[in-house]
Design a protein around this ligand. Structure first.
Ligand code: ADP
Length: 580
C-alpha cells in the first residue's frame, strides 16, 4: 500500500516531463497501475513468505508499523502484541537505552547491523539473530525496515564445529602426549629388555660357572678323599704292624719312616684345605719378620735332595749371592710354603731330568724360580692351573693332587705383595717364577736371625714348665718331647686352672698354653696371667685354625707361638730361647 504511493509519484514525475497525448497517457497510466498492483502483490507475497523476520518501523517514532509472520515465529509474540511497540519492548534489545542508541545511529547512518544479537523470547529462551536495518523512502517518507534472521542453527553448527575442532585439537594433544609417553615407555622397555638380556647372559654365565664349580667340587671331593685315604691307609696299616711280636729293628725303622712320611702328606692335604678355606673367607694372614733367604733356600735344598734321592732327578740349587746375608722382611713360612708347592709339583711332574731352583735379586725385587724338565703345560692351561681345584689336563688326574697348591700359592704371593707366573711348553718342562718386594735391611736388625740354635746341650733341671692342655694325648706327647731336658713339668687342664697354678707356684719359668680349651680359653688365661706375672713367658701352642696367626698371638699377649703338630727340634729351640 505504501509502495503504491512511491510508484504513483514516480509516474507523476514521468508524466510531467514527457509530452504524451492524453489518450495514450490514460492507457499508460492504467498499465502502470496494473504493474504496480502486481508488484505490490509480489512484494506482499515475499513479505509474507520470507524466511527472515521483517519489521517496518516508523522513522520518527520507532514504533513498529508492520511485521511479517516469520518474526512472530522468531520472537514468539502474537502480531497484535508486536504492532505499535518499540523494538526493546518485544525483546529485541535488552533495555531501552540500548534500543534508543541503536535507533538514533540508524537514523543518522541509514543502516545498522548486528551480527549476532540475543533476543529474549516470551518463554524466556534466548534466540540468536542477525539484525540488519535500513532506512527507505516511501512516498517521500522515511521508513525503517528491519530484517531479523534466526541464526540459532548456524550458531549451533559453528559451536559444534568449534567444539569438534577443540576436541580434535585436544585429541591431537592427547595423541601427541600419548605418543610421547609411548616413546618414553618404548625407550624404557628397550632399556629394560637390554637389562634383562644382560641379566640373562649373566645368569647363563653364572649357571655355567655354578655347574662348573659343582663339577670341580665333586672332582675335588673325590680327589681329597683319595689324598686323605692314601696316607691314612699307610699310617693305620703300618701302625698295626708295629705291635707285631718279633718285628726286626730294620723293619721297625722302615715302618716308622713310612708312618712319618704319610703323616706329613696327610698334614699337607689338611693344611691345603684350611688354607683355601682361609683364602675364600678373606682371612689369610701374613706375618712379617726378617728372613735369611740363603738359610731358607739351603734348608729346602737339603730336604728336597733327600726326597729325590730315589728318583732319576738331578736337583740343583742356585743362589744369586750365596756368600752374602740376604735378609728380607717378609713371612718366611709362607715363602717356604710356596716354594714347597712348586718343588713338590716339579718332582711330581718330572719322571727324569733335572729340577733347578733358586733366587735372583733384581733391584727392589727378589725373584724365586723353580724350573723342571717334566711333562710341561699347554699354553691354554697356563691361567687355569692357578684356579682352585683345577688341573691342566687328563694327565693331571694320573699324577694325583687336589688341584689347590697353585691357587694357594697365587693367593699367598699376592698377599706378600708379589706375583706368580709360569713359562712352559708341553713336553719340554716348566718354569714357575714369583717375585716379592726386597728392601735391604740395616745390619743392626740382623743379630736376631743369626743366632745359631743347633747343637745346644739341653739341661733345664732348674726350670719348671706349666703345660696347659686339655687333650690327654697331646699332653703326653709334650711330656715325651721334654723328657730328655730334665725340666720339671706341672699340668693344668684348662685356662682357669692355669691361672690358679701361676698364682700359687712362683717358680714356674714358662707356660705352654693351648688356645682352644673348655672353661677358660688360652687367650683369656694368658691375659690374666700377664696381669699377675707380666714377665712370665707364655707360648701359644695350637692346632692350625682359621684366622690365627703368629702376629695375632703376639698382639694378644703371647710371647711366641708354635703350631701343632709340634716338631721336636723346632719346639726345643723355641723353648730354649726363653729358658736358657
Ligand atoms: P695339584 O698339583 O695338586 O693337582 P696344583 O694347583 O699344584 O694342584 O697344580 C694344578 C695343575 O697344574 C696340576 O694338576 C698340573 O696339571 C699343573 N702343573 C702344576 N705344576 C706343574 C709342573 N711343574 N709341570 C707340569 N704341570 C704342572
Amino acid at each position: 500500500m505504501k509502495l503504491n504511493f512511491s510508484i504513483k509519484k514516480f509516474v507523476k514525475k514521468f508524466s510531467a516531463d514527457s509530452p504524451i497525448p492524453r489518450a495514450i497517457d490514460k492507457n499508460k497510466e492504467a498499465l502502470f497501475d496494473e504493474k504496480q498492483k502486481k508488484s505490490e502483490i509480489r512484494y506482499r507475497r515475499l513479505f509474507e513468505s520470507a524466511k527472515d523476520g521483517i519489521l517496518i518501523l516508523d522513522f520518527e517514532t520507532g514504533n513498529i508499523t508492520d511485521a511479517n509472520p516469520f518474526i512472530v515465529k522468531i520472537i514468539d509474540l502474537p502480531l497484535e502484541e508486536i504492532l505499535g511497540k518499540r523494538l526493546w519492548e518485544i525483546g529485541l534489545f535488552s533495555n531501552m537505552e540500548e534500543s534508543e542508541l541503536a535507533f538514533s545511529e540508524l537514523k543518522k547512518n541509514g543502516y545498522i547491523r548486528f551480527e549476532d544479537m540475543p533476543i529474549q523470547r516470551r518463554n524466556g529462551k534466548i534466540t540468536e539473530v542477525e539484525f540488519i536495518s535500513n532506512v527507505y523512502l516511501e512516498n517521500n517518507t522515511k521508513v525503517i525496515q528491519c530484517n531479523i534472521r534466526d541464526i540459532t542453527d548456524r550458531k549451533n553448527a559453528e559451536k559444534a564445529l568449534k567444539e569438534s575442532e577443540q576436541s580434535l585439537k585436544k585429541q591431537n594433544i592427547d595423541y601427541l602426549k600419548l605418543n610421547k609417553e609411548y616413546l618414553e615407555l618404548n625407550e624404557e622397555l628397550t632399556e629394560s629388555l637390554k637389562r634383562i638380556k644382560n641379566i640373562n647372559s649373566e645368569l647363563i654365565i653364572a649357571k655355567a660357572r655354578a655347574e662348573e664349580s659343582d663339577k670341580l667340587k665333586s672332582t675335588f671331593l673325590a680327589n681329597i678323599s683319595h689324598e686323605i685315604r692314601t696316607p691314612m691307609n699307610a699310617i693305620m696299616g703300618f701302625s698295626g704292624f708295629l705291635s707285631e711280636p718279633g718285628l726286626s729293628h730294620d723293619k721297625l725303622e722302615d715302618y716308622v719312616q713310612i708312618i712319618n712320611a704319610s703323616s706329613q702328606q696327610l698334614l699337607s692335604v689338611i693344611s691345603d684345605i684350611l688354607d683355601i678355606a682361609s683364602i675364600e673367607a678373606g682371612q689369610i694372614t701374613i706375618d712379617s719378620e726378617l728372613v735369611d733367604i740363603n738359610k731358607l733356600m739351603n734348608e729346602l735344598f737339603v730336604t728336597y735332595k733327600n726326597l729325590v734321592e730315589l728318583k732319576k732327578i738331578d736337583l740343583r740349587y742356585s743362589s744369586d749371592r750365596p756368600n752374602d746375608l740376604i735378609l728380607v722382611k717378609t713371612d718366611g713360612n709362607r715363602i717356604r710354603q710356596v716354594l714347597c708347592n712348586l718343588l713338590n709339583n716339579a718332582i711330581k711332574f718330572t719322571k727324569e731330568g733335572n729340577i733347578e731352583f733358586g733366587y735372583k735379586i733384581i733391584e727392589n725385587f727378589i725373584e724365586f724360580y723353580v724350573k723342571d724338565t717334566g711333562i710341561g703345560i699347554l699354553p691354554e692351561n697356563h691361567e687355569i692351573i692357578f684356579q682352585r681345584f683345577r688341573k691342566a689336563g687328563s694327565e693331571g688326574q694320573v699324577y694325583g693332587g687336589n688341584g689347590l697348591g697353585l691357587s694357594i700359592s697365587k693367593a699367598l704371593v699376592q698377599k706378600l705383595g708379589g706375583i706368580i707366573t709360569v713359562d712352559s711348553e708341553l713336553g719340554t718342562g716348566s718354569t714357575f717364577n714369583f717375585v716379592i718386594p726386597y728392601r735391604k735391611e740395616k745390619e743392626n736388625n740382623v743379630s736376631s736371625v743369626l743366632t745359631d740354635r743347633t747343637n745346644r746341650v739341653i739341661n733345664w733341671n732348674k726350670k719348671t714348665i706349666l703345660i696347659v692342655e686339655d687333650e690327654i694325648y697331646n699332653h703326653a706327647y709334650i711330656e715325651e718331647l721334654l723328657s730328655t731336658t730334665k725340666v720339671k713339668m706341672v699340668h693344668a687342664w684348662d685356662g682357669r686352672e692355669a691361672v690358679e697354678q701361676v698364682t700359687k707356684q712362683a717358680d714356674i719359668s714358662l707356660v705352654l698354653m693351648d688356645i682352644k680349651m673348655p672353661v677358660m680359653d688360652g687367650w683369656e688365661a694368658t691375659r690374666l696371667i700377664k696381669q699377675i706375672r707380666p714377665k712370665l713367658p707364655v707360648i701359644a701352642q695350637t692346632a692350625y685354625a682359621l684366622g690365627e696367626s703368629k702376629s695375632q698371638a703376639l698382639e694378644a699377649g703371647f710371647d711366641n707361638y708354635i703350631s701343632k703338630p709340634i716338631i721336636k727340634d723346632t719346639f726345643l729351640e723355641l723353648i730354649g730361647d726363653y729358658l736358657n
